[in-house]
Ligand binder design. Structure first.
Ligand code: SF4
Length: 702
């Protein structure tokens, strides 16, 4: 198997071709550039100029503007001139869908054009067509004829280009041959890239965006692999998760997708697509980029090559300076296809069970029943019952404390081994002690257990700090211990890769003990913590590693307010923050679904309604529909294609008009926007996906 990055253990940016966008250099190890996209009407020159300036002042190094028609494309000249007049020369990018004529105009004006290979030439009709090889080749000729003029203009004017594939808008031709797959996304871009290369045009950036983080990560990896195999070199990558939504969920989903790739050194430019004003995307981008500054100086991680039988097959490169040095490794997992690591079940962890969430109460001096509200359990004294939310933690870590009240049946305790032995005599547990309280051993202590649980034992290991020989002995013992659950973390600066390397070792050694991924953040802001938790835990979960998640921080060291975004949210309860983040990371990796999923576009000049307000309105009435995917898309031109695998779609189809979808099928056309949210609820009811919301006491709402 060929790698998609320089190394899975030693951090290093992937070297790509250098691309020039106006005066901005991108790729070839230049800093990762951050960018965003305006949401104004492109024909409104002043509004677009002013929003562009807000983005630039926030730190955008590129600003994209939609050009849905020839008129809009022509107006880019006025926008550019006005920006220059005001002293702003940041490169502009024209965003093109369906309109080659607009692209050819824009390419003469702005520094870069983005084309979507799924709809540049093809019109999407959602048809399944069987092509013979000859017919398929004819289709490629048709694309060449329509695309080559743009390539020639870009060459002549020194304009850069992004070939930007979106998972949701693959052409019928690609869908018919490759299906709705990462390989289909890659091939969609490669068809255009081959045409451009034949014209000796190389000022190209590529993207493989999807709202499904797993599809997105696999597509980028596959693209790198395919480009290197075919050309012996890599073009720069623009990373992004589409329709990520807003608030915490949008940030977490973006950080899971983009962060997973950046952990392995991929990415030359990034955009975080939020359903918020575009300038709010920039601080999130910057927080992501900051994580990898000086990462290459991390302590060494034992090379995978030492552990894994490898056959080095150095590929000849046409241009050494712009190539990676891929080595064929026989990895015991496939980074291009999701498969969860095989583990056995220990109590309710591992096997095919959803990953568990551990709530860390180590720093709480005294834990009361009311504290459990923050992690999804509220006690109703009148009925003497616990109400359990959809995002209720599975375990609570108490360190050296025991509890003096009865727990809800679905919540179990992990405490330090010494405390666990003492807890035997606690009146709170009595007979149920062995069923609901389990010991945690710190690394080496596990090798010398005076007493252990017959059902479940947790073993915490800092895989970086632990003596290697001791770790080997622990792994040897865990291999035959059907009660063992490993809790792995690393104090190495490149911690995700360090934990992943140990996961790979477990697979290699056929050790089937479940693993809880532990991430401790020392970041000072809530935003940075969200990103750290998402990137580190998300990257492992997307590769099928991890049977649980355990997030930790030090609330004393953290400023407890959100520093970016339209919502200035105080983190009133750190336990709630960690619990919500844990469930959101699992949701973003689709490993455990605990809430409604919103696929909302970031909006742009095509948007036909107030997207942020409408998203909030829909969220307020549907956020109890666990597992239902609802898309809220600004326009009917791109919306239906881009909403990917949503169950229901709410799509702007005209001024004050909404078209409602079940999957890809139109159910109600041009509904008055005043009643469209109610109609969406009716549609969800018609298809049996609606449930009535419950009050906080677990009763049906009146
Ligand atoms: S779906 Fe949204 S972001 Fe995409 S083109 Fe339409 S309005 Fe713009």
């Amino acid at each position: 198997m060929q790698l998609y990055c320089n190394s899975l253990t030693a951090y290093g940016r992937l070297k790509t071709r250098e691309v020039k966008i106006g005066s901005l250099l991108l790729g070839n190890l230049h800093p990762v550039r951050v960018q965003t996209m305006t949401t104004t009407d492109t024909m409104d020159t002043i509004a677009t100029v002013e929003q562009t300036i807000r983005c630039i002042e926030a730190g955008a190094e590129l600003v994209r503007i939609t050009a849905p028609s020839k008129k809009d494309a022509e107006n880019l000249l006025h926008i550019k001139n006005e920006l220059h007049k005001r002293g702003y020369t940041t490169p502009l990018v024209a965003d093109i869908h369906f309109t080659p004529n607009a692209a050819e105009i824009a390419a003469r004006i702005v520094e870069k054009v983005r084309v979507n290979p799924g709809n540049y030439v093809d019109k999407k009709k959602f048809e399944q067509i069987e092509y013979t090889d000859a017919e398929y080749a004819e289709e490629i000729d048709r694309i060449r004829d329509r695309f080559t003029p743009l390539v020639k203009i870009c060459k002549e004017y020194g304009t850069a280009m992004r070939i930007g594939t979106n998972h949701g808008s693959l052409s019928d031709r690609i869908m018919s041959r490759y299906g709705d797959t990462p390989m289909g996304m890659v091939e969609s871009a490669m068809e255009f890239l081959r045409i451009a290369r034949n014209e000796s045009y190389h000022n190209i950036v590529l993207s493989m965006k999807a709202s499904n983080t797993l599809v997105m990560v696999q597509a980028y990896r596959l693209l790198v692999n395919t480009m290197f195999e075919e050309f012996g070199e890599i073009y720069p990558l623009h990373l992004g998760v589409t329709e990520a939504g807003d608030g915490e969920d949008g940030r977490i989903k973006s950080a899971v997708g983009i962060g997973t790739l950046m952990e392995d050194g991929l990415g030359d430019t990034i955009r975080v697509s939020l359903t918020e004003d575009p300038e709010f995307e920039i601080p999130v981008c910057k927080d992501l980029v900051k994580r990898y500054e000086n990462r290459e100086h991390h302590s060494p991680i034992a090379d995978l090559l030492q552990k894994i039988k490898s056959t080095v097959n150095r590929q000849p490169s046409t241009d050494e300076s712009s190539s990676v040095s891929p080595q064929r490794l026989t990895l015991p997992y496939n980074p291009f296809e999701y498969k969860r690591r095989i583990t056995h079940e220990v109590n309710n962890i591992g096997g095919t069970l959803v990953p568990v969430v551990v709530a860390d109460f180590m720093q709480k001096e005294k834990i009361n029943a009311a504290d459990l509200k923050a992690i999804g359990y509220s006690y109703d004294a009148a009925t003497d019952k616990w109400n359990i939310g959809d995002s209720a933690a599975d375990y609570i870590y108490t360190a050296n404390k025991t509890l003096d009240f009865h727990l809800p049946g679905t919540l179990k305790i992990i405490c330090n081994a010494k405390t666990w032995i003492e807890a035997k005599n606690s009146p709170a547990f009595g007979e149920s002690w062995g069923e609901s309280v389990f010991p945690l051993f710190e690394g080496v202590d596990y090798l010398d257990i005076p007493e252990k649980s017959s059902r479940q034992n947790f073993i915490a290991i800092d895989v970086h700090a632990i003596d290697k020989e001791i770790k080997e002995r622990i792994f040897d013992q865990v291999a035959t211990d059907v009660t063992a659950v490993l809790c792995l973390y690393s104090s190495n600066k490149h911690s995700m890769a360090d934990v992943r390397r140990n996961m790979i070792e477990l697979v290699e050694r056929n050790i089937k003990a479940p693993v809880i991924i532990c991430v401790e953040s020392h970041c000072a802001s809530v935003d940075e913590q969200l990103i750290e938790f998402s990137a580190e835990a998300g990257a492992l979960l997307l590769d099928g590693f991890g049977d649980g998640i355990w997030l930790m921080n030090d609330p004393q060291k953290m400023s407890n307010t959100r520093v970016s975004g339209r919502n200035y949210i105080a983190v009133a309860n750190n336990h709630q923050f960690l619990n919500t983040t844990s469930f959101s990371v699992l949701q973003a990796t689709r490993t455990r679904i605990s809430k409604t999923e919103y696929i909302s576009c970031p909006s742009c000049g095509r948007t036909l309604f107030e997207l942020q307000e409408t998203t909030a309105k829909i969220r307020a009435v549907t956020n109890h529909l666990k597992g239902v995917k609802i898309a809220i898309m600004g326009c009917i031109v791109n919306g239906p294609g881009e909403m990917a695998d949503a169950d229901f779609g709410y799509v702007g189809s005209g001024v004050g008009k909404i078209t409602l979808y079940k999957g890809k099928e139109v159910i109600k056309r041009n509904v008055d926007s005043n009643v469209a949210v109610d109609e969406l609820i009716n549609l969800i009811k018609d298809y049996g996906a609606w449930i009535e919301p419950l009050s906080s006491k677990g009763e049906l709402m009146p």
